[in-house]
Design a protein around this ligand. Structure first.
Ligand SMILES: C[S@@+](CC[C@H](N)C(=O)[O-])C[C@H]1O[C@@H](n2cnc3c(N)ncnc32)[C@H](O)[C@@H]1O
Length: 334
């Protein structure tokens, strides 16, 4: 059981009604609270919850419809995303309680200050390195418009300006990451047709650039996070481009027979650092690439990716190195 769920269940009498659990972990909480529903924006957790509690958890950037007696927000990483989520939940809870639960090291104490906008917030419990807070919603906010919270900026790229729409909580919110910037300079000589994948697409900067440069290709953008996929959708639309968006956890969710996989792969998750999704990408990219298909990625120079790429895919070429990042290229020759 996730420690945040354990802290909640210490006060189980508060949570036995029709409750919405937003950003819930994929543990047994829905089993312990039979009247509760979940709302997840993490495709992997959603899939695990769906397997155990079919139909009880929805996925996306909008809270599910329904008249809830209370809601619990599991603190996400980003302050801006917390703001959106608290508002969207509080907007449905006039006169009812909104709870916030999170790890101390994730900043729950600081985030709890954001509850003051809706009423008098109080700490109910502190245990397992987590805190549980409650506010009775007295000042009900208007339903926030997610797209109004987007940061919109323009990148001056070699092949023309690109509009980027980045939503709260999405990687490198409101600016271009240095690693992605380096990769954008090294997208030449990819297969011009066939199926291209932007793995871990975030706001869709790489994918949109690929589609513009290789218009004959069929583009797929994959991310685990619903807010990233929504950002990518908005970025593609802002540039008049079309692609298929895939909500999925890791490379296993990708299509097959790809002519190229392009990625600034993930290496953080929550408050813990994890390279799992990136290592799985390197280990299993070959299964998703067509013969002659290419993996091209940017990574921190200190990450020992080349031996993994050589073991599972083939010769790993370093195309460029700058600012502590490297661009790697490997071609699948079965
Ligand atoms: C380093 S960011 C790159 C974002 C974007 N491509 C860019 O260059 O700005 C990595 C992305 O991978 C996504 N991600 C993390 N874990 C993932 C997983 N298991 N499967 C798919 N995507 C994942 C994150 O949500 C994030 O958007």
């Amino acid at each position: 059981m996730d420690p945040r769920s354990e802290v909640m269940l210490r006060q189980a009498q508060l949570f036995d009604g029709k409750l919405l659990l937003a950003g819930l972990p994929a543990d047994d909480l829905l089993g312990q609270l039979p009247q509760a529903s979940g709302w997840s924006w993490h495709a992997g957790e959603q899939q695990r919850l769906q397997r155990r509690f079919a139909g009880r958890c929805s996925f996306g950037v909008d809270a599910p419809a329904g008249n809830f007696e209370a809601a619990v927000l599991f603190l996400p990483k980003s302050r801006e995303l917390t703001e959106y989520l608290l508002q969207t939940l509080a907007a449905r809870l006039a006169g009812r309680p909104l709870y916030l639960v999170g790890e101390k090291r994730a900043g729950v104490e600081r985030a709890a200050r954001q509850l003051a906008a809706f009423g008098h917030a109080r700490k109910l419990d502190s245990a397992r390195h987590c805190q549980l807070w409650q506010v009775q919603v007295e000042q009900t906010p208007a339903h926030p418009e997610l797209s109004a919270l987007a940061e919109r900026f323009q990148l001056e790229l070699a092949d023309g300006p690109l509009q980027v729409v980045s939503l709260p909580g999405v990687f490198s919110h409101g600016r271009l990451d240095r690693g992605s910037a380096l990769l954008l300079e090294h997208l030449d000589d990819l297969p011009a047709t066939g199926r291209l994948l932007d793995f871990g697409c975030g706001a869709g900067v790489l994918g949109a650039t690929l589609k513009r440069r290789y218009p004959q290709s069929e583009l797929f953008l994959l991310d685990v996070d619903a807010f990233a996929l929504e950002s990518s959708r908005l970025t593609l639309a802002a540039n008049g481009l079309e692609a298929t968006l895939i909500a999925g956890d890791g490379i296993d969710a990708a299509p097959f027979e790809l002519s190229a996989i392009v990625s600034n792969p993930p290496f953080h998750h929550g408050v813990h650092t994890s390279y799992e999704a990136s290592e799985a990408l390197l280990e299993r990219a070959a299964r998703h690439l067509a013969a002659g298909g290419e993996l091209r990625l940017v990574a921190n120079a200190f990450l020992r990716y080349p031996p993994l790429i050589e073991t599972h895919l083939g010769h790993c070429q370093t195309l460029a190195e700058a600012d502590g990042f490297r661009i790697y290229r490997a071609v699948h020759q079965p």
